[in-house]
Write a protein that binds this ligand. Structure first.
Ligand code: HEC
Ligand code: HEC
Ligand code: HEC
Ligand code: HEC
Ligand code: HEC
Length: 483
C-alpha cells in the first residue's frame, strides 16, 4: 500500500490544504478590505474646499493623486505632430511653415505663433507672447488661460452684482456676478486684467468644491452652448441638447443642469478648446448660434456686425486688402463632427484615461497626447496592438498634412495673384468677389491648420474642409484671369 492511499494520511493532507486555502482567502479578504478602505479615503478631507478655493495646491491636500498628475503638465514632450518639442520654449509654427507668414500678413499671428504646451504654461505663455507684448490685447484673453472663475465673480461683485463669493456657483447671484465680472475684466487692457489672476486652469474651473462633480464655469462656453441649443442643428453627440429642445424651453439650456456626466467629460475641455472672437471691438464670443460646422460658424460671423455697423472680420490682409477671418483651435467643434463623438467617446476618455493606483481608478490629470499612452487611452476599446493603432493615427495625420499642404500652396498663390492684379491697376471694387473667395479659403484652411489633432479628431470632415479651401483659392485665381 503506498503512502498516498493510506486513509489517515489522506485526511491529514486534506486538512492541511484546507487550512492553507482558508489562510489565503483570509489574507485576500484583508487585502481587499484594506484596498476598499484606501478607495474610500481617496478624499483625504484635510482642508475644507469652498467656492473661493482657487489655489490647486489646496485641493491637492485632499486629492494628492490628481494634483500630482496635474502638476506634471509642465513636462514637455513631442510626438510626430503633437506637443511643443521636448525642451525649453515652445517651437515656432511660423519657422516650421513660413507660408503662414504670407497667409497671416498684417496680423499679430504673423509675428509670433507657437505650438501649444502643457496646461501649466498657459498663463506664462500668454503673458510672454509678442502678440501680447507688442500688440495691445484685451483682458478677455484671460478667459481661457487662467483660473478665472473666482476672479470674474469678485470683479462682478465690485461692479455691483448682488451676493457674496461664498454663494454656490449654481445660485442666481453667482451667475450675475460671473457675467458682470466677465464683461468688466474683459474690457480692461490685458496688462491690467492679468493682475486679477494667479493660476493656470485650476480644479475649481472644472469641479464643484462640494461633492467634486464636474461642472463648466467659463461664461463664453455657457453663452455659446445655450445659443447652439436654440438652433435646430442636430447634435446627436450631445443628447441633452436635443432633450432640452423637446421640452418647454422655459429657461435656457444649462449644461450644469442638463448635460450627462459623459457629455461634461467633453464640455469641460470645450470651455477653451474652441473657435472664438476675442478682441477690442466685441465681448468674447463663441460663434455657435447656427451650429458647429465650419460653414455654419462662417455664416454666424458673416451676419455679425461690429458696433459701427461694419461686417465682422478678424483682420485686413496686408498684401491683398481683403477683410479675412482667423480660426482658433476648434478641437471641440471638429471632435463634434467625428466618429468618436458620434460613438459617445469624450475628450477625457482619450486625454485623461483611467490609471490604476492600488485599488483606485484615477483619471489621469496629466492631460497630454493620447499617443503617449495608447494602452490606457485607446486599447480599452480597440483590440489592436499599440503599433497598429499608432500606425492608423499616423496614416490619418499624414493624409491630412498632404492635403493641407496643397491648400496652403493654393492660398499663397491666390494672395500673390491678387497682389499682381493690384499692381496692374485692379481696383478694390473689382477685386471684391476675389476678396470673398480669399476669406472663404482662408477660414477653411485655418480651421484645419489651427485644430491641434492634425486631422485625427474628424478625418473626413477635415478633408472636406480642405477640399473646399483649395476650390475657393483656385476659383479666386480663375476670377482674376477674367477680363
Ligand atoms: C478618440 C480619442 C480622442 C478624442 C475623443 C479626442 N482626442 Fe484630442 N487627440 C487625439 C489624438 C490621437 C491626437 C493627436 C496626438 C498627437 O499627434 O500626438 C489628439 C490631439 C489633440 C490635441 C493636441 C495635442 C498635442 O499633443 O499637441 C488637443 C489640444 C486635443 N487633442 C484636444 C481634444 C479635445 C478638446 C477633445 C474633445 C473636444 C479631444 N481632443 C477629443 C485623440 C482624441
Ligand atoms: C476661447 C479660449 C481662448 C481665448 C479667449 C484665448 N485663447 Fe489662447 N489658447 C487657447 C487654447 C485652447 C490654446 C492651446 C491650443 C493652441 O495653441 O492652438 C491657446 C494657445 C495660446 C498660445 C500658445 C500658442 C500660440 O498661439 O503661440 C498663446 C500665446 C495664446 N493662446 C495667446 C492668446 C491671446 C493673446 C489671447 C487673446 C487675444 C488668447 N490666447 C485668447 C484658448 C484661448
Ligand atoms: C480641465 C478640467 C479639469 C481640471 C482643471 C481638473 N479636473 Fe479633476 N477631473 C476632470 C475630469 C474630466 C474628471 C473625470 C470625472 C468623471 O468622469 O466623472 C475628473 C475627475 C476628478 C476626480 C474624481 C476621481 C478621478 O480621478 O476620476 C478628482 C478627485 C479630481 N478630478 C480632482 C481634481 C483636482 C484636485 C484638480 C486640481 C488639481 C482637478 N481635478 C482639476 C477634469 C478636470
Ligand atoms: C481654461 C482653458 C482650458 C481648458 C478648460 C482646457 N484646456 Fe487644454 N489647453 C489650454 C491652453 C491655453 C493650452 C496651451 C498652453 C500653452 O501652450 O501654454 C492647452 C493645451 C492643451 C494640450 C496640449 C498639451 C501639451 O503638452 O502640448 C492638450 C492635449 C489639451 N490642452 C487638452 C485638453 C483637454 C483634454 C481638456 C479637458 C479635459 C482641456 N485641455 C481643458 C486651455 C484649456
Ligand atoms: C471609449 C471607446 C473608444 C476609445 C477610448 C477610442 N476609440 Fe477609436 N473608435 C471607437 C468607436 C466606437 C469607433 C467607431 C468605429 C466602430 O464602431 O468600431 C472608433 C473608430 C476609430 C478609428 C476609425 C476612424 C475613422 O475615421 O474611421 C480609429 C483610427 C480609431 N478609432 C483610433 C483610436 C485611437 C488612436 C484611440 C486612442 C487615442 C481611440 N480610437 C480611442 C471607440 C473608441
Amino acid at each position: 500500500m503506498s503512502l498516498f492511499s493510506r486513509p489517515a494520511f489522506r485526511a491529514a493532507l486534506i486538512a492541511v490544504l484546507a487550512a492553507i486555502a482558508t489562510a489565503l482567502v483570509m489574507a485576500l479578504a484583508a487585502n481587499i478590505s484594506e484596498r476598499q478602505e484606501e478607495a474610500k479615503t481617496t478624499n483625504f478631507n484635510v482642508v475644507a474646499l469652498t467656492e473661493t478655493t482657487v489655489d490647486p495646491a489646496e485641493w491637492g491636500k485632499n486629492f494628492p493623486r490628481q494634483y500630482d498628475a496635474y502638476q506634471r503638465t509642465v513636462e514637455t514632450y513631442s510626438t510626430r505632430f503633437g506637443g511643443a518639442g521636448s525642451e525649453g520654449m515652445p517651437e515656432s509654427r511660423l519657422k516650421e511653415d513660413p507660408r503662414l507668414v504670407d497667409i497671416f500678413a498684417g496680423y499679430a499671428f504673423a509675428i509670433d505663433f507657437n505650438k501649444r504646451r502643457g496646461h501649466a504654461f498657459m498663463l506664462e505663455d500668454q503673458r510672454l507672447t509678442k502678440r501680447v507684448t507688442e500688440r495691445p490685447q484685451s483682458g478677455a484673453c484671460l478667459h481661457c488661460h487662467a483660473s478665472s472663475t473666482v476672479p470674474y465673480r469678485a470683479a462682478g461683485i465690485d461692479a455691483g452684482a448682488p451676493g457674496t463669493l461664498e454663494q454656490p456657483f449654481e445660485s442666481k447671484e453667482a451667475r450675475q456676478q460671473l457675467m458682470l465680472g466677465f464683461e468688466a475684466l474683459g474690457k480692461l487692457p490685458y496688462t491690467e486684467a492679468t493682475k486679477a489672476v494667479k493660476h493656470p486652469v485650476s480644479c475649481i474651473d472644472c469641479h464643484d468644491p462640494n461633492g467634486l462633480g464636474l461642472r463648466v464655469t467659463k461664461p463664453g462656453f455657457l453663452v455659446g452652448i445655450a445659443a447652439l441649443a436654440k438652433s435646430d442643428e442636430p447634435t446627436p453627440h450631445l443628447p441633452s441638447i436635443e432633450r432640452w429642445r423637446k421640452g418647454d424651453r422655459a429657461r435656457e439650456y444649462e449644461p450644469n443642469l442638463d448635460a450627462s456626466r459623459q457629455e461634461l467629460r467633453s464640455m469641460v475641455c470645450g470651455q477653451c478648446h474652441v473657435e472664438y472672437y476675442c478682441g477690442p471691438k466685441m465681448t468674447l464670443t463663441y460663434p455657435w448660434a447656427k451650429g458647429l460646422k465650419v460653414e455654419q460658424i462662417e455664416a454666424t460671423w458673416n451676419e455679425t456686425k461690429f458696433s459701427d455697423g461694419h461686417r465682422f472680420y478678424d483682420w485686413k490682409h496686408e498684401r491683398t486688402g481683403a477683410e479675412v477671418l482667423k480660426a482658433q483651435h476648434p478641437e471641440f467643434e471638429m471632435w463634434s463632427q467625428g466618429i468618436h463623438a458620434r460613438s459617445g467617446v469624450s475628450c477625457a476618455d482619450c486625454h485623461m484615461p483611467y490609471v490604476r493606483e492600488g485599488a483606485l481608478k484615477v483619471s489621469s490629470h496629466h492631460v497630454r497626447s493620447p499617443l503617449l499612452d495608447v494602452t490606457r487611452s485607446c486599447q480599452t476599446c480597440h483590440r489592436f496592438p499599440e503599433e497598429e493603432l499608432k500606425r492608423r493615427v499616423d496614416i490619418i495625420q499624414q493624409r491630412n498634412l498632404d492635403l493641407m499642404n496643397r491648400a496652403e500652396d493654393a492660398l499663397v498663390q491666390l494672395i500673390s495673384a491678387v497682389e499682381t492684379a493690384k499692381k496692374n491697376g485692379a481696383t478694390d471694387e473689382k477685386l471684391q468677389p476675389v476678396f470673398e473667395l480669399q476669406r472663404k479659403a482662408q477660414f477653411r484652411l485655418d480651421f484645419v491648420n489651427a485644430e491641434n489633432s492634425m486631422g485625427f479628431h474628424a478625418s473626413q470632415e477635415a478633408a472636406r474642409i480642405l477640399g473646399e479651401s483649395i476650390d475657393y483659392s483656385r476659383q479666386g485665381e480663375l476670377a482674376l484671369l477674367r477680363p
